[in-house]
Design a binder for this molecule. Sequence first.
Ligand code: SF4
Length: 247
Amino acid sequence: MIRNGDDIRLNFGGFIPLSTVDWRGRSVCTVFFRGCPVRCTYCQNAAILSGENYRDTDDIIELIKSSKLAVSGVVFSGGEPTLQRDALIALARASKKCGICTGIQTNGIFPDVLATLIKSRLLDRVALDIKARWARYNNLLGGNYVENVQRSLALCTEAVRTGALSEFQVVITLFRGYDDEVASIVQEIGDVDLVLQQGVTESVLPLSEEELKTIADKLARRVFIRTREGGEVIYESDRSRRASRKR
Ligand code: SF4
């Protein structure tokens, strides 16, 4: 057994031993971290945004290792994994020691934690949520978060450029009536992989895959479209194809 030796504990939100949707092209297990300072009204994991369920990280490492026959990676999700810096670093380090690739789904509000993980080569993949155009960010999230998210975006982009990070994608969760946000966000993110994810709440009819494709048609870039009905598909509009031919 790999021991941390430091008695680091994780406020645990759950564990999925096998997932084929959390990392495109890879079977992974997923560790959910309990707790998130943000309160998105559409959060799909609202049950683990607060509360306490502390576990020794050594026990979580055993869970990850027990999936190793079926998976090649682990995804740290939540809640917000970077909220629990020490547990996250311990789990990422132990996973790497076991030969398991590591990915994280994050809202980007703790860029220093991301920077430490990337600098220590403990992350292979980052999926960063960008929730709105910058001008609306702090109001939407109810806190002063925008500069930290911008720093996370910049440091992940730079890490991909230098080879310190293998995979990076920006995830935009889209709701009916807010589709005009996309063009503004896309201007800010540069040439990174972009996921347009169907937002689901009880109060608004979710955008369909076709509607998301129509939104993507206005962007001269390839996107990944993610819906409940269709899973994740790669979509390249005519405009995007013409733009790639010119590059
Ligand atoms: S940032 Fe993510 S985990 Fe936190 S409330 Fe929003 S959707 Fe949920």
